[in-house]
Design a protein around this ligand. Structure first.
Ligand SMILES: Cc1cc2nc3c(=O)[nH]c(=O)nc-3n(C[C@H](O)[C@H](O)[C@H](O)COP(=O)(O)OP(=O)(O)OC[C@H]3O[C@@H](n4cnc5c(N)ncnc54)[C@H](O)[C@@H]3O)c2cc1C
Length: 492
């Protein structure tokens, strides 16, 4: 049998997943990555003895990673060691008002009960619904290529969908169960990963609460990049040829078929099928002749993008006190910050932020006696991010971090690197400098997402966080699987 050659563009979770699935189904696969190392938004870098994960830091939904490796007869533990974090994370509501979220469910319920009597029982019902949504959502719905409504018309699935609160907002759903503002903020936090506020995210996504509370927050020893390192080893075991510093400049199309790609170096790589795991907009608007684009610039401009971020990677020359591995700073109201992200895009006055200190758990990511500190402020896409503005926000959040954690930090920072919109654009061709792709609003769910297949070019497919099923590491892994299945189905 003639082996088909697939070219996959981009070595993020989605590209690696698609490439490995195709290679293990008898495709010869070349994966082309513009950067010098793999992982896309989940790359790492080292400096001054610190090792920084550049993007994702929350390992949620461990079953999705198990599923991924099990397709190839493997387990995550063949590639990296996981630790369950306890506390899972801390929520900072204000000075001296910090809530540790215990990994143990009974301890968690006891904490809720202290805040709002009766809420522990409410949590049982809330989680029972969330579990059902998780099981149907993550093990069935997200694996649909979402190319036609017909995929969703089986009677049992329609019944499932009706039970899944697709048409109610997450905000209304949470308020049916809880009254305390603190608990509401806690329950609404996970949907921020999906790129919109709880008012605009369907209550289907309370499945994220099940992931958070029941399945737990995990950490791969040596950092999140270990997942990528494991995926790269597995891809290579399966025969995927990965090439770095290999930026694709054009997908060459003739007679309605992609014939291959042209690299920035001028080299051409031929292909029977092309799967683009780079940002969808970049592929659709810059890598193919406009006459083959799936969507217009107006279409893209109207999409609700998930936020961008201002990040700081900091090496601190002492141990920090009063900080957990994950710390959510909710010490300012969400409303005005959300308005600055989604309604009137601008730099926020008083941003919420997230501080990650992986060296609390892992000695390998910082020199002895020191701390690895990662700070993240979610921001509207497409903002100007001058050095001066970055520095202003560094000081705004450092003032709060130092005050609330009760220590001097700035004078102990011996390594500092910032990262924002212009870096996302330069490194990943990110549309509007987005960090997490396209938001999972109702109007951007399933068949309403940018299609995983080009409508005019029969062998050109898309994968990654701007198409189905959506943003985040687990969905990107699934996206690669879904697109590979479609390629295989159409070619068999
Ligand atoms: C700061 C940050 C924090 C996050 N935190 C979390 C978290 O805690 N948990 C979680 O689950 N998710 C998190 N996410 C989201 C998650 O990281 C992403 O959803 C996921 O990594 C996206 O994977 P992807 O494969 O779709 O895209 P990418 O990782 O962007 O991969 C696309 C690849 O294509 C390459 N490429 C682009 N153009 C070309 C070209 N022309 N030629 C060749 N290659 C090209 C890029 O270099 C890149 O390697 C976070 C993201 C960011 C940025």
């Amino acid at each position: 049998m003639n082996q088909k050659h697939a070219v996959v563009i981009g070595s993020g979770f989605a590209g690696l997943s698609a490439a490995t699935h195709l290679a293990s189904n008898n495709y010869s696969v070349t994966l082309l990555e513009k950067n010098e190392s793999p992982g896309g938004r989940a790359r790492k870098f080292a400096s001054h003895g610190f090792t920084f994960d550049m993007g994702p830091s929350w390992y949620w939904m461990p079953d999705v990673f198990e599923d991924y490796f099990s397709h190839f007869g493997k387990k995550p533990s063949d590639y990296y060691d996981l630790i369950r974090l306890d506390p899972s994370y801390a929520v900072v509501y204000g000075q001296d008002d910090i809530l540790d979220i215990p990994a143990n469910l009974d301890e968690f319920k006891a904490k809720l009960e202290e805040i709002e009597p009766g809420s522990a029982n409410q949590l049982d019902e809330f989680l029972a619904q969330a579990k059902y949504k998780y099981q149907v959502g993550i093990h069935d719905l997200v694996k649909k290529p979402s190319r036609s409504l017909l995929e969703f018309t089986s009677l049992s699935l329609l019944k499932d969908i009706m039970r899944m609160d697709v048409f109610q907002s997450m905000s209304a759903h949470v308020r049916k169960f809880f009254k305390s503002d603190k608990i509401i903020r806690l329950m609404e936090f996970p949907v921020l990963f999906l790129g919109e506020t709880a008012e605009n995210i369907p209550a289907l996504y309370s499945l994220m609460n099940y992931a958070d509370i029941a399945l737990g927050t995990w950490y791969p020893k040596k950092g999140m990049h270990e997942i990528i390192a494991g995926m790269v080893s597995l891809a290579e075991e399966k025969g995927v040829k990965i090439r770095y510093d290999a930026e694709v400049e054009e997908i060459e199309i003739a007679d309605g078929l992609a014939k291959g790609v042209r690299l920035k170096s001028g080299e051409k790589v031929s292909a029977d099928v092309v799967i683009a795991g780079a940002d969808y907009h970049h592929v659709d608007k810059h890598l193919i002749n406009p006459k083959y684009s799936n969507y217009s610039e107006e279409y893209w401009d109207k999409r609700v993008m998930a936020p961008s971020s201002l990040l700081f990677y900091l090496g601190v020359d002492k141990k920090l006190e009063n900080l957990r591995h994950h710390n959510l700073f909710f010490d300012e109201p969400l409303g005005p910050h959300a308005d600055a992200i989604y309604t009137k895009p601008r730099w926020p006055e008083a941003p919420l932020f997230y501080a990650c200190v992986p060296s609390v758990t892992d000695k390998t990511v910082a020199p002895e006696g020191m701390e690895n500190l990662f700070l993240l402020i979610p921001l509207a896409p497409d903002l100007e991010d001058s050095e001066e503005t970055r520095e202003k926000y560094y000081n705004i959040i450092m003032d709060r971090l130092e005050k609330i954690s009760g220590q001097e930090i700035r004078s102990h920072v011996i390594f500092k690197r910032s990262y924002a919109h212009s870096d996302f654009k330069a490194d990943y061709h990110a549309y509007k400098g987005n960090a997490y792709g396209l938001a999972n609003t109702l109007k951007q769910t399933a068949i309403l997402k940018p299609s995983l297949k080009n409508k005019k070019v029969n062998n050109l497919f898309y994968t990654g966080q701007l198409t189905v099923p959506g943003p985040g590491v687990p969905p990107s892994l699934i996206s690669g699987y879904v697109v590979a299945k479609e390629v295989i189905r159409e070619n068999s």
